[in-house]
Ligand binder design. Structure first.
Ligand code: BGC
Length: 774
C-alpha cells in the first residue's frame, strides 16, 4: 500500500563452526512455478557498461582466477599464508578487516600483485551502525519510520565505506515469530508487510539509489531463507515452513529487497524442509534467480558450505562445495580455507562447467566494477577519521533511539517525569550502567567512551537539586557462555559470592527506600540475545523479577526501563509497575534518549513490531493468525489464562491521546485488480506535540484459501501538534490483495468481501467493509 499524508501540522560458529547434484526438492516446492507478480521489479542493478566490462574481464581470466573470486575468508590478524593467496588471486573477498591502513595494505596485495589487478571486496557485519551504533534492527522496526531507518543505514554505510568496507552483511530480513530465538533482535519482527517496508528502507540506506553511489556499500539480505522459524526457537535448528507461509510471510521481505535492487544475499544455516538452505537449489536458483530475476550474488553464511557435511547432507567437503555451487551459491564464506578450493578439481573431473563458473563469478565482478573498486580501491584514511567523528551521526543516533522506544504502560500519567519533583532518584538494575548492554549485539567498532548509558543520560538530565544513586542490585550471566564473549569482549567481572549478591540486593533496596522515585533498568545483558543466544524462557533473567517486585513493594513511584532484544515475560510488571518504557538496546546515544523520553523532552511514539506474549507458553503468537471454526472465542483458547498477547502487534502509548474517525473507503468499481482508497482523520487531543502511527489492516472474508484475521496493509507515522487533526490517505494496490493460495498453488486475487480497520495497533476498532468482484 502506498500512503500519502496531508497534515495541518505537520562468528563464531563461524569461528567454531557448527563448524550432485541439483537437489530434487519436495514435490510441493517443485510445483511452485510462479513468482509473485511484481509491480516494480529491479533487474537492472548493474548497468550494461558494468556487464560488458565484467564479460571482457571474464574472457581474460583463467579458470583458477575465476574460482579464486568465489573464496571469502575471515581475517582477524596477521596471516602470511593468506597474504600469499591474495597475491595469487586465490581470494576474492575478506571479512572482518576494519582498520583502513591494514585494509589498504591488503588491497595493495591484490591490486598490485594479481595478474589482472582485481581488487578484493571487503565485507563486514554492519547491522545497526559501524562506529555510531543505532538501536538494534528490531527497535528500528519499532519506529515504524522508514525514512528514519534509511537515514540510519545511510550513516552506517558512510562510516563503513570510509574505512574501505564495501559490503554490509545486512539487512537481516528473517521474519521471526518465536522470541526464544535470539536473532529475533536482528530483524523487523513478525510481519511481512512491515518487514518488507523496513527491508526496502535498509536497501536504500545501505546502497543509495544505485549500487556504486559514493559513500554507500552493497547490501546483503540474509539469511535466505526461513532461519527465523528454527524449531523451538533454537538457533540453527531446522525450519519446517509450508509453501503458503513461505511465499506469503517468510519470503516477502526478501522479495521486497530484490525489487528494491539489492546487490547480494547470504544463504541461511539451517535445513529448510529437510534441505539445507545453502545447498537448496529451489531457494537459491528457482526462487531467487528464476522467479525473482535476482542479478546479484549469493554468499554462504560463515562455514555454511562445509556445514553441509555436518547436516548429514554432503558426503565430504568436496561434495559440499559441489552441491552449494550447483545450488547457486556464488561465494563461500569460511574461516580459514574454503570447501570451494576443491572446485578446480571438480572442473577437471567435468563435475562443473566453465559456463557455470562464469555465471557464479560474473555478479561478483559486476559488484566490484560498479562499486568503483577498480578505479578507487583504497580507503582515504584521513577522511575516514572525519566521517567516523561526525557529530551529526551521534545526533541521528539520539533521534533514532527516541523514535524506537515504545511506551508500554503509563498509569496515572507518571510519565513524563517533572525535573524538579524529585530530590533523590534511585537508578537500579544491572543494565543501567552497562556500556555494551546499551549497544546490543552485532556491534564491534563502537567507541565505548561515546556510549551514553541510562545512568549517564539521567545524570546529565537532572538538575543540581536532584541526587542520583546507582545500585545494580543483581548480576546477570548466561548458563552457557557466549562464543562472542569469548572472542571479542574483555573478561567478565567475577561472579558475586552469595554474600555479595545478598549485600548488593539489600543495597539497591535501601537506595530505593530512601529515594522518592526509582528507575529500574532491567532486561537482558548484551550477550543474551543475538546469534547463538536462544533461550527456553522469557522471564527476566537472574534475580531481576525478585528485585523488581521488592522495589515496587516499597510503594513509591517506579519506572521500569526495559533493555532487551526480545519480548520478555513482564506480566507481573504490567499489572503492578506504573510506567514501563521499552528502550530495546538503544545504541550509542541510548541513555540520553531514555532520559529525554522519561523527562518529556521527547515523546514516545514507537509501536511494537511483534505481538508481546504473556509468557513462553503462548509461543508462537502472532496477530495475523487464521480464523477457526469457533472464532467468537479467539481469546479463550487456553482455560487457564487469556490466549491474547499481553500487548498486541502495533501497540505503543504516547504522552498524548489520539483518536481516529471519519473512515472512508473508495473502492472505485469494487473490482479485483483495482486499487482501493482509504482515508481517515487522526486527531491529537492532547496538549503535547506527539507522534501516532496510523495502521491499516484488512481481512478477506472468504476465498480460495483461509486468510488471516487481520493483515497490515499500510502505515504512516505522523507528528501532530496539540489539538490538531489531519487526514491520512492510503491506497491499497492489487498487490495488497494478492496472496499465494495453498488451494490453487498459485498467486490469486480473490473476489470477496473485506473488513478493513484503521487505528493505532492491530487491535484497532474503527472498521469499514467493502466488496471486490470480478
Ligand atoms: C552469521 C551471519 C554473519 C556472519 C559473518 C554468521 O555467524 O550468521 O549473520 O553475517 O556470521 O559474521
Amino acid at each position: 500500500m502506498r500512503a500519502t499524508f496531508r497534515g495541518n501540522s505537520s562468528f563464531s560458529r563461524w569461528m567454531i563452526t557448527i563448524c550432485a547434484f541439483c537437489l530434487l526438492l519436495s514435490g510441493s516446492q517443485q510445483a511452485l512455478q510462479a513468482a509473485q507478480p511484481s509491480e516494480q521489479s529491479r533487474t537492472d542493478i548493474f548497468t550494461s557498461a558494468t556487464e560488458a566490462r565484467a564479460d571482457a574481464l571474464l574472457q581474460q581470466m583463467t579458470p583458477e582466477e575465476k574460482l579464486g573470486q568465489l573464496n571469502q575468508l575471515f581475517r582477524f590478524g596477521p596471516s602470511p599464508k593468506m597474504d600469499e593467496q591474495i597475491k595469487k588471486g586465490e581470494i576474492g573477498s575478506l571479512l572482518f578487516v576494519t582498520d583502513p591502513v591494514e585494509l589498504n595494505r591488503l588491497q595493495h596485495l591484490a591490486v598490485d600483485n594479481s595478474r589482472l589487478h582485481i581488487p578484493l571486496i571487503f565485507g563486514f557485519d554492519v547491522i545497526h551502525g559501524f562506529r555510531t551504533i543505532f538501536p538494534i534492527p528490531l527497535a528500528m522496526a519499532a519506529s515504524w519510520d522508514t525514512d528514519e531507518i534509511e537515514r540510519e543505514q545511510t550513516i552506517a554505510a558512510a562510516e563503513a565505506r570510509s574505512v574501505g568496507i564495501d559490503w554490509a552483511f545486512g539487512p537481516m530480513l528473517d521474519i521471526a515469530r518465536d522470541p526464544r530465538w535470539g536473532r529475533i533482535m536482528e530483524g523487523a519482527g513478525e510481519d511481512p508487510y512491515l518487514g518488507s517496508a523496513v527491508a526496502r528502507a535498509q536497501v536504500r540506506g545501505f546502497q543509495g539509489p544505485e549500487i556504486g553511489t559514493p559513500d554507500h556499500v552493497v547490501a546483503c539480505m540474509k539469511h535466505f531463507a526461513g532461519y527465523g522459524a528454527a524449531e523451538g526457537g533454537r538457533d540453527y535448528d531446522a525450519s519446517y515452513i509450508s509453501d503458503a507461509q513461505l511465499y506469503n510471510v517468510y519470503l516477502q521481505p526478501f522479495h521486497a529487497a530484490v525489487e528494491a535492487g539489492i546487490g547480494s544475499a547470504m544463504s541461511a544455516y539451517m535445513d529448510l524442509n529437510d534441505v539445507p538452505a545453502t545447498g537448496n537449489q529451489w531457494l537459491q536458483t528457482t526462487v531467487l534467480r528464476d522467479q525473482w530475476k535476482f542479478r546479484g550474488f549469493v554468499v554462504s553464511d560463515a562455514n555454511a558450505v562445509r556445514s553441509l557435511e555436518n547436516h548429514g547432507f554432503a558426503k565430504d567437503p568436496a561434495d559440499a562445495a559441489l552441491r552449494a555451487f550447483t545450488a547457486g551459491i556464488n561465494m563461500e564464506m569460511a574461516m580459514d580455507h574454503t570447501a570451494y578450493s576443491t572446485l578446480p578439481a571438480a572442473l577437471k573431473a567435468n563435475e562443473i562447467t566453465l559456463a557455470q563458473i562464469d555465471a557464479r563469478v560474473k555478479p561478483i565482478l559486476e559488484a566490484k566494477i560498479q562499486l568503483g573498486l577498480f578505479e578507487h580501491p583504497y580507503a582515504d584514511v584521513p577522511r575516514s577519521k572525519q566521517v567516523l567523528n561526525d557529530p551529526a551521526h551521534r545526533q541521528e543516533a539520539l533521534r533514532a533511539a527516541e523514535r524506537t522506544a515504545v511506551l508500554l504502560r503509563n498509569e496515572g500519567n507518571l510519565l513524563p517525569l517533572k525535573k524538579s519533583a524529585y530530590k533523590r532518584i534511585a537508578v537500579i538494575g544491572p543494565l543501567a550502567a552497562g556500556k555494551h548492554d546499551t549497544i546490543g549485539s552485532w556491534a564491534f567498532q563502537e567507541d565505548e567512551k561515546e556510549t551514553v548509558t541510562v545512568l549517564d543520560g539521567l545524570r546529565s538530565k537532572v538538575g543540581a537539586g536532584t541526587d542520583i544513586e546507582y545500585a545494580p542490585g543483581v548480576q546477570l550471566s548466561r548458563y552457557f557462555p557466549s562464543f562472542f564473549d569469548q572472542i571479542f569482549h574483555e573478561t567478565k567481572p567475577a561472579k558475586w559470592t552469595d554474600a555479595q549478591a545478598k549485600a548488593e540486593f539489600e543495597k539497591a533496596l535501601s537506595s530505593a527506600r530512601s529515594a522518592d522515585l526509582t528507575i529500574l533498568t532491567l532486561g537482558e545483558a548484551q550477550d543474551m540475545s543475538g546469534e547463538a543466544a536462544s533461550r527456553s524462557s522469557l522471564e527476566l533473567p537472574g534475580e531481576q523479577e525478585k528485585l523488581l517486585q521488592a522495589v515496587t513493594a516499597l510503594g513509591k513511584p517506579v519506572v521500569l526501563v526495559l533493555m532487551n532484544g526480545r519480548p520478555l515475560d513482564i506480566t507481573w510488571a504490567s499489572e503492578h509497575v506504573p510506567a514501563i518504557l521499552e528502550a530495546w538496546y538503544p545504541g550509542t546515544m541510548g541513555g540520553a534518549a531514555v532520559a529525554n523520553l522519561l523527562f518529556g523532552d521527547a515523546v514516545p511514539g514507537g509501536k511494537l513490531p511483534l505481538s508481546w506474549p504473556r509468557n513462553v507458553g503462548q509461543i508462537p503468537i502472532n496477530y495475523a493468525h487464521n480464523l477457526t471454526q469457533d472464532s467468537s472465542k479467539q481469546g479463550e483458547r487456553y482455560w487457564n489464562e487469556p490466549s491474547t498477547p499481553l500487548y498486541p502487534f502495533g501497540y505503543g502509548l504516547s504522552y498524548s491521546t489520539f483518536t481516529f474517525s471519519n473512515l472512508k473507503i473508495d473502492e472505485q468499481e469494487g473490482k479485483v485488480g483495482q486499487p482501493v482508497h482509504v482515508s481517515v482523520e487522526v486527531e491529537n487531543k492532547g496538549s503535547l506535540s506527539a507522534d501516532e502511527v496510523a495502521q491499516v489492516y484488512i481481512h478477506q472474508q472468504y476465498g480460495s484459501a483461509s486468510r488471516p484475521v487481520r493483515e497490515l496493509k499500510g502505515f504512516r507515522r505522523i507528528t501532530l501538534a496539540p489539538r490538531t487533526k489531519t487526514k491520512v490517505e492510503f491506497t491499497l494496490t492489487p498487490a495488497d490483495f494478492r496472496y499465494w493460495s495453498a488451494a490453487t498453488r498459485d498467486w490469486v486475487e480473490d473476489p470477496s468481501a473485506f473488513d478493513l480497520w484503521v487505528g493505532d495497533s492491530s487491535a484497532a476498532t474503527l472498521r469499514a467493509d467493502f466488496q471486490r468482484t470480478r
